[in-house]
Design a protein around this ligand. Structure first.
Ligand code: HEM
Length: 510
């Protein structure tokens, strides 16, 4: 055991030395500012291990720079802390800022190599992203809005039955929307096997994607260590997670394929792609690309959207006056006891402002999904080395007080004109929530429409307030969040009750 620890340590030092020498001898320009680096380990012992985005935002003030550089034992990391730098690098220089750092754990051991959201920039990524955008186009609202509305109505019924399980109901509804849009499959109201597979697979992805969690990502040669070897627990974990990752990409796709073959398939992303198969080319190869691409819907769309809806519930619990304003708008525009449709969206500016503020106030992916720099670059007199991980600090950008005064306050009015009657287009849209450049979230239209219909429908029929314990004491939600790639509110309690008897009848009639 002791000798294997020495061997691992030796490997880390050799690797760190190699990486460090490589990017310190290349340019006479300085790296962007950041905390002082120690030999070999760089900033490894200064790097924050949770809520990194807040520390990085603070370092921007300390070092008076909206671009920072840190060195994690030989891994070069650039942090982009402002909208301007994000545009300059991710958008204007997108040809070299659009890759992803591949990790041995995610791609090779857990085998999420089919997930285009985590692929390097290149042909396989382009092919899959193009297919996704071609058959899941923002303007083709018929491909996603009816399903969103249908499952949001099911969500209202579930919330009415067992409101205390709201987190579970929201997870189920959003998971069902993404799976049914991707594959056209019917899902069970509870304990659905497709959702179970997808959620299990996400656990592996979440754990495997934590930077620095697995040594094999710094020293890829360790992947050859046999599973029984001391310290090779990562191999056993990877084997377990690989099972779910493979099921996620294969099981729903095979079910959809069967329905297409038997002529019973409902319209979906997969069925649209099958209609477009080019018989003059390799059909099996095309099916693999369709299969891989469909697997991105749940992974990209479910956990992220669930986080935002839970943030909305949390904010309604804490801010009754915002809720009352939103309900007044709904009652005025729709009439009482009427559920909203997508046609009502332009007439509901306060609801639109809540959607924006939910996305801004808590960045679902606070450091985005980091990009990877594929060539040496120079920016504002700094050297940016090829092979750097480049993280857009979405949290910092959405909490920039120049764009959003009092950034920590949840205030939908910031997105409205002073008279509150319409959206103020001079206020920066919180689009950074969806990332940047060529990798920008291709599901953002679905995400925002899902948020709109869920928020407007829930507020039309329910009152959300603080829960009360058995002794009658009010339970204050802590408002704490989990620190991870996709950041969620920690589970909290609240009360969700129909606004009136008529509202309850309306829900029951769905
Ligand atoms: C509130 C909801 C959502 C948020 C906050 C969100 C955010 C993001 C972010 C930050 C990225 C990385 C962008 C970058 O690399 O700069 C991303 C990528 C992605 N998102 Fe979303 N997303 C959401 C919903 C969705 C939905 C509903 C879908 C699918 C239907 C989806 C599919 C994807 C895919 C496939 C990628 C990978 C893109 C690529 O690497 O080329 N997302 N998303």
């Amino acid at each position: 055991m002791f000798s294997s620890a020495i061997a691992y340590t030796g490997l880390i030092i050799a690797y760190a030395l190699y990486r460090w020498k490589k990017w310190h001898t290349k340019s006479r320009l300085p790296l962007p500012p950041g905390p002082k680096k120690l030999p070999l380990v760089g900033n490894l012992f200064q790097l924050p291990t949770s809520f990194e985005w807040e520390t990085y935002a603070h370092w921007s003030e300390v070092y008076n720079s909206d671009i920072l550089h840190v060195d994690a034992a030989g891994t070069s990391i650039i942090i982009v802390n402002s909208h301007q730098v994000a545009m300059d690098l991710f958008e204007k220089r997108s040809a070299i800022y659009s890759s992803r750092a591949l990790t041995t754990m995610i791609q090779e051991l857990i085998k999420f190599d089919w997930l285009f959201g985590f692929m390097a920039y290149g042909e396989p990524w382009k092919e899959r992203r193009k297919l996704f955008q071609q058959h899941f186009h923002p303007l083709d609202t018929a491909t996603y809005q009816p399903k969103e509305q249908e499952y949001v109505h099911k969500l209202l019924k579930a919330l009415n039955r067992t409101p205390e399980n709201f987190i579970e109901h929201i997870r189920h509804a959003i998971g069902a929307i993404t799976i049914t849009i991707a594959y056209g499959l019917d899902l069970k109201p509870v304990n659905d096997p497709y959702i179970e597979i997808a959620e299990q697979a996400l656990i592996g992805l979440g754990a495997g994607a934590v930077p620095g969690a697995f040594l094999v990502d710094s020293i890829p040669i360790l992947k050859y260590v046999p599973s029984w070897f001391p310290g090779a627990g990562f191999k056993r974990k990877a084997a377990f997670w690989r099972k779910w990752a493979t099921m996620l990409v294969e099981v729903p796709f095979e079910a959809a394929q069967k329905e297409i073959a038997s002529g019973t398939a409902k319209p979906s992303f997969v069925s649209a792609c099958f209609n477009d198969l080019d018989e003059s080319k390799d059909v099996e190869a095309q099916k693999i690309v369709i299969r891989d691409t469909a697997g991105n819907f749940f992974v990209g769309g479910a956990d992220t959207s669930v986080s935002s809806i839970n943030t909305f519930i949390l904010q309604m619990t804490r801010n009754p006056e915002i809720q009352a304003k939103a309900q007044a708008e709904l009652d005025r525009v729709l009439g009482p006891n009427t559920l909203p449709t997508f046609a009502d969206e332009p007439s509901l500016p306060y609801i639109a402002a809540i959607v924006k503020e939910v996305l801004r106030w808590h960045a679902v992916t606070p450091l985005g999904v980091p990009h990877y720099l594929t060539e040496d670059d120079e920016y504002n007199g700094y050297f940016l080395p090829m092979g750097s991980i480049v993280a857009g600090n979405v949290w910092a950008i959405l909490h920039d007080k120049n764009d959003y005064p009092d950034p920590l306050v949840f205030r939908p009015e910031r997105f409205l004109t002073p008279d509150g009657t319409q959206l103020d287009h001079n206020v920066r849209d919180p689009l950074a929530a969806f990332g940047f450049g060529r990798r920008v979230c291709p599901g953002k239209h679905m995400a925002t429409s899902m948020l709109y219909i869920a928020i407007a429908s829930i507020l039309a029929v329910f009152d959300i307030s603080k829960a009360v314990d058995e002794e009658g004491n009010i339970i204050e939600p802590t408002g704490e969040y989990v620190s991870s790639l996709v950041s969620h509110p920690k589970p909290f309690k609240c009360s969700i009750k129909p606004r009136s008897e008529d509202a309850e009848k309306l829900i029951s009639s769905l």
